[in-house]
Design a protein around this ligand. Structure first.
Ligand code: PMP
Length: 412
C-alpha cells in the first residue's frame, strides 16, 4: 500500500522549516531529496569503506570495487539492460549526452548529415549537438510541437531524409512535464535506420524504463534526480555502438596499455570511465534504486499523475493563472508550469518562498521553447513520491497570496 506519510518520514529534510514555515518542496525536477538510507550509505562508505577502485592490491580496494561494480549491475537491471557493461557511469545526464555527441558524433557525422531534435529539449540535449554540428558540418532539424507541447509525431517521417543519422529527444520534458512516446518515435526512426538517443533525466526518475524493450540506442540519466547523490549519472548504449565509438576522455583506467607512442583503450565499460569516479556517490545510488523499486515506479508515476491532475484542476480555478502543457493525462508527468498574469515568475517564486514553498522560476534551461512561445519563463512546481495533496493546497494558498500582494502593489 502506497503511504505517502510513511514515505515522507524517510526523507529527513522534509520535516524541516523554511522561512518559519514547514518546507513544501516542489522542485524535484531540478533535484530530488534523499532518503535516510542513501545518506547513510554515503556516510558509511567514507567512514568504513573508502578506497580507490580497480587499482588497490588490498581488501578495502577489492570491496570498494565490488560495491561499485554491483551498482552498475543494479542500474542495468533497473533500466532493463541485460549487459552491465553497456552501462557507463558519468557525472550526470549532461556528460552522458556530451559523450554521445562527441564520441559517436566525431566518428560518424559528416558535413550535411542531419540530427533531429525538438524545441522542447533541455540545453543539455541541444548544446552538445550544436557543438558537434559546428565541428562536423552536420545540420540540426527540429520536430515541431503541438500547441499543448506534445510532439507532432505525424511530422517525424517527412522530416527524415537519407542524411538523417540520429534523433535525440527527452523522455519527459522538464519544462512542461510532457511524456514523449518513445516507442512510437522508435518505430519511425528504426524504419529509416536513424539512431535514437533519449535524454532520460526526467524519465528514469519517474517512469518505469526498460531500454532494451524500448529499443533505444542511447539513454542518459542522472542519479540526483532519482533519490541518489549529485555527481553521478549514466549512459546506456547498445553494445555494438559503444564498441565502435572512440573514448571520450583519456586518462587512467580507460586503457588496456600505454606506450611512448600511444595507447590501446580498454574494453567496455572502462573505455568510457577515465579517472577516479564518484565512488561514494555510485555506492549510495544503489540504495536509491532499491528504494525506488521497493515503492515501484508504476506506483510513483500514478501518485504523481494524481497530484498533477489535482494541481491543474485547482490552479485552473484561480483567475489570472495561465497553465501550460498537455491535459492528455497519459502523456503528462508530475510537473505544472504556469504564470500569473502581470506578475514576473521570479516574484512569484520569492513570495512562495516566504511561505516555505520551493518552486523553480525561469526558462528551466529550455530557452528555445520559451522563445518559441514568447515567454520569458514560467513558474514550475514538480512533484515526486513524497509530495502530498495538502502541499497542492499550500501551493494554491501561496498563489492567492501572490495575487493579493500584487493587487495591493497595484493599488498603491
Ligand atoms: N535533461 C532534462 C530533461 C533535465 O530535466 C535535466 C536537469 N534539469 C537535464 C537534462 C540535465 O541534467 P543534469 O544537470 O543532471 O546533467
Amino acid at each position: 500500500m502506497f503511504d505517502v506519510e510513511k514515505i515522507r518520514k524517510d526523507f529527513p529534510i522534509l520535516s524541516s522549516r523554511m522561512n518559519g514555515k514547514p518546507l513544501v518542496f516542489l522542485d524535484s525536477a531540478a533535484s530530488s531529496q534523499k532518503p535516510q538510507r542513501v545518506i547513510d550509505a554515503f556516510e558509511d562508505y567514507y567512514r568504513c569503506r573508502n578506497a580507490n577502485i580497480h587499482r588497490g592490491a588490498y581488501r578495502l580496494s577489492y570491496e570498494a570495487t565490488d560495491m561499485y561494480d554491483k551498482t552498475r549491475s543494479r542500474l542495468a537491471r533497473f533500466i532493463g539492460a541485460s549487459d552491465p557493461a553497456t552501462v557507463i557511469f558519468t557525472r550526470n545526464t549532461t556528460e552522458s549526452l556530451n559523450l554521445v555527441a562527441q564520441s559517436w558524433g566525431m566518428a560518424n557525422l559528416r558535413a550535411g548529415d542531419e540530427i533531429i531534435l525538438t524545441e522542447l529539449e533541455h540545453h543539455s540535449n541541444l548544446v552538445p549537438w550544436f557543438m558537434i554540428a559546428e565541428r562536423t558540418g552536420a545540420v540540426i532539424k527540429y520536430l515541431p510541437l503541438t500547441q499543448d507541447g506534445r510532439l507532432a509525431l505525424e511530422q517525424l517521417e517527412p522530416l527524415i531524409s537519407k542524411r538523417t543519422r540520429l534523433m535525440s529527444v527527452a523522455h519527459m520534458s522538464n519544462a512542461l512535464g510532457t511524456i514523449h512516446d518513445i516507442a512510437a518515435i522508435r518505430q519511425v526512426t528504426r524504419a529509416h535506420g536513424v539512431l535514437l538517443c533519449v535524454d532520460g533525466a526526467q524519465g528514469a526518475s519517474h517512469l518505469p524504463v526498460k531500454v532494451e524493450e524500448l529499443g533505444v540506442d542511447f539513454y542518459a540519466l542522472s542519479a540526483h534526480k532519482m533519490l541518489g547523490p549529485t555527481g553521478v549519472g549514466a549512459l546506456y548504449g547498445r553494445r555494438e555502438l559503444l564498441e565502435s565509438m572512440p573514448p571520450f576522455l583519456g586518462g587512467g583506467d580507460m586503457i588496456l596499455y600505454v606506450t611512448r607512442d600511444g595507447f590501446v583503450p580498454a574494453g567496455l565499460p572502462e573505455k568510457f570511465e577515465a579517472g577516479t569516479p564518484n565512488i561514494a556517490g555510485v555506492v549510495a545510488f544503489h540504495n536509491a534504486m532499491d528504494y525506488l523499486e521497493q515503492v515501484g515506479l508504476e506506483t510513483i508515476h500514478e501518485h504523481e499523475q494524481n497530484l498533477v491532475k489535482a494541481a491543474v484542476n485547482k490552479l485552473r480555478e484561480i483567475p489570472g493563472v495561465l497553465l501550460y502543457g498537455t491535459e492528455e493525462w497519459d502523456w503528462r508527468g508530475g510537473i505544472v508550469s504556469f504564470n500569473i498574469e502581470g506578475v514576473h515568475q521570479h516574484d512569484v517564486g520569492s513570495i512562495l518562498d516566504e511561505e516555505g514553498i520551493a518552486v523553480r522560476a525561469g526558462h528551466h534551461c529550455c530557452e528555445p521553447f520559451m522563445r518559441s512561445r514568447e515567454l520569458s519563463g514560467t513558474v514550475r512546481a514538480s512533484f515526486y513520491l513524497y509530495n502530498t495533496m495538502a502541499e497542492i493546497d499550500q501551493l494554491v494558498l501561496g498563489i492567492q497570496r501572490v495575487k493579493e500582494v500584487f493587487k495591493s502593489v497595484a493599488r498603491r
